[in-house]
Design a protein around this ligand. Sequence first.
Ligand code: SMG
Ligand code: MG
Length: 371
Amino acid sequence: MKIEHLEIRWLSIPLVTPFRTSFGTSHDRDTFVVRLVTDDGTEGWAECGAEPDPLYSSEFLPAAEMVIRDHLLPRLLALGDDLSATRVAHALAPVKGHPMAKHVLETALLDAELRSAGMSFARYLGGVKDRVPTGVSVGIYDSIPELLDKVGGYLDQGYLRIKLKIEPGWDLEPVRVVRETFGDDVLLQVDANTAYTLADARHLAQLDPFDLLLMEQPLPEDDLRGHAELARRISTPICLDESITSARDAATAIALGAAHVINVKPARVGGYLEARRIHDVAHANGIPVWCGGMLETGIGRAPNLALASLPGFVLPGDTSASDRYYDTDLTAPFVIEDGHLSVPTGPGIGVDVLPDVLSTFTTSVSTVPLD
Ligand code: SMG
Ligand code: MG
């Protein structure tokens, strides 16, 4: 397979409601999507998971575009006719880091290959479910009544699991009130996006009585030892997100006792093939995984649902309907039915991009020269 054409399309899409985490507030989803065309005329699409600023992780969008143009694409083109999605990671390994930039290229190529072969992502990856349970990530709000209003609305829509973003000063009280208001049956978890240190262990232990499914990434991403120590001092299971960028990281974290659960985000780990390897390592160790998200439009949400249909994805993910973030999605919207989302079955990512919507939200398009 050869890439005949590749374009990078920058988008800015308003969010239905601002999304605040411990590291910042987003009002729009700014990203770029890659569209490539192969020598047999098949298109491949993928969405970059990076953020405009290096706050969730060290990657950010302009850097992702630069590394794609100057370092990653030339290495793929050098493969000539030998290019295939399964060779991408090896060809790009000499370039340190930049998993989100690598992810977008591998995913677009995999989409093109699978469309050409008439096979869905779920089938290719080894999915075993035709629908997956929904979960929703709920941001930080200015007041408890606002939070309760939002959580109540999501539960009314059928979401089966609630994740509350927390930070110092917004942790014990929101969790207590949500638990008391909505009852013990609600599947509830928290995500700190690295906002605490091990010195907060006694404070975080005060969340133990609320029967949380897990506490996601309380400590800095490079503090595996700290997470292992925290895991000994609190009873809420520790889940890692930012710390896990590869199957090797997953194996290390599990061996150290730093992860009882893993959030698998294809963008963060360099693509769906590494995401599947993390699933495999975790599954072999009896560690549950779930599929995370980076506020993806339908272009990124579709393959995430395929991944979430693998057997080790035993917890509901941040797999939400399109209208969690967007009034109008770039594809036919994903809608909740009975608390679940359907796994796409069509070839490749299984969804088609709506050209008019895409144009509406496009801020610039550039074609990458391929000679
Ligand atoms: O796609 O629903 C989604 C986003 C879920 O909370 C979410 N993602 O740390 O898990 C996480 C965050 C990162 C988002 S950065 C703005
Ligand atoms: Mg997280």
